[in-house]
Write a protein that binds this ligand. Structure first.
Ligand SMILES: [Zn+2]
Length: 328
């Protein structure tokens, strides 16, 4: 049995009980359907046998589906970036100084102490700039370029804000949570790409994650400022903070891609952050094959057609390599 339940309805139910999750997106979408119990199609009973045999059989089955797919949606999460050395900011190791990301990545934290929040993001920008895309990023980008020559499409729907997919030359990337390398003016709203290092003079050398380091307490006037038409408003990172809604300019194309894809990969995500955690199950509910690539099982594993376990930098290059049936 399968049923089709839009994630916009589901997240309104799931969000309130889950600390640190993203906000419900469109409250006007709350309907009685949000009380419909979740059910999915395309659930496959995993075969028995050894782990190695199971891996081979899952990969072989995935490769067949891959060879037949015309529109592939690849949903990526922190696990992909972690293999490039980008911290996930989850768990005990996810702290910056004495704070968790949830203490800093909020509109309230920015309004209370914009200097501290900018130090945190400056540190993340600088750290990301010295990291490189890994084999998983490259496999996805190479697959997109190759399949586009065959009239097939690949879209990346990412929860990551580090821009590593683009640096690996992926072209069609939808960034659900924004980007470390864009700013938004709190006065005029202008969004701009920004790869400066440091982003402004006063942040140079600041942002150490060491818990013994004191706040820089940079005057607001010396933090990144808008350069548009003498606006001079305070800039903030153009990322989605906890408690903020996702950008409909991103969500609308994401929904479209999820509706038309005929193969979906869920890569390096723990499937606990909504709404992205719903995307794979939503596609599976249409009877479309969904493959999970992760170092371990996740809460959603049983909903997916294939589960390919291992580091994405190892499994994805094999999974997305040229198939015998590809002639171009
Ligand atoms: Zn401005």
């Amino acid at each position: 049995m399968s049923c089709n339940v839009g994630w916009r309805h589901l997240i309104t139910v799931i969000y309130p009980s889950t600390a640190g999750m993203l906000s419900p997106i469109v409250l006007s979408h709350v309907t009685p359907r949000s009380l419909v119990p979740l059910c999915f199609g395309a659930v496959r009973v995993k075969p028995g046998g050894s782990l190695t045999a199971r891996f081979s059989s899952e990969m072989a089955a995935f490769r067949k589906a891959f060879s037949e797919a015309k529109h592939i949606a690849i949903i990526t999460g922190a696990g992909v970036s972690a293999e490039s050395g980008i911290p996930t900011y989850r768990g005990a190791a996810g702290q910056w100084r004495k704070w968790k990301a949830q203490d800093l990545a909020t509109p309230e934290a920015f309004s209370r102490n914009p200097s501290r929040v900018w130090e945190f993001y400056h540190y993340r920008r600088e750290m990301t700039l010295i990291r490189e895309p890994n084999a998983a990023h490259h496999a996805i980008a190479e697959c997109e370029a190759r399949l586009s020559r065959q009239g097939r499409s690949v879209v990346v729907i990412t929860q990551n804000i580090d821009g590593l997919h683009q640096r690996a030359t992926s072209k069609h990337v939808l960034e659900l949570h924004g980007s470390l390398f864009r700013t938004r003016c709190v006065s005029c709203g202008k969004v701009s790409a920004n790869h400066r290092s440091p982003i402004c003079d006063s942040l140079k050398g600041k942002g150490s994650p060491d818990p013994d380091v004191a706040d820089a307490n940079i005057p607001v006037i010396n933090l990144p400022r808008c350069e548009d038409n003498n606006c001079n408003g305070l800039l903030r990172p153009d990322v989605i903070w906890f408690g903020e809604t996702l950008d409909s300019n991103v969500l609308t194309p994401v929904e479209k891609e999820l509706e038309i894809c005929d193969l979906c990969l869920v890569v390096g995500t723990s499937s606990i952050v909504y709404p992205a955690a719903m995307f794979g199950p939503q596609v599976a509910s249409r009877g479309i094959p969904v493959a999970e690539f992760n170092i371990k099982s996740t809460p959603n594993t049983s909903y997916f057609t294939y589960h390919i376990q291992g580091p994405c930098g190892t499994t994805l290059p094999a999974a997305l390599a040229r198939h015998n049936s590809e002639v171009i």
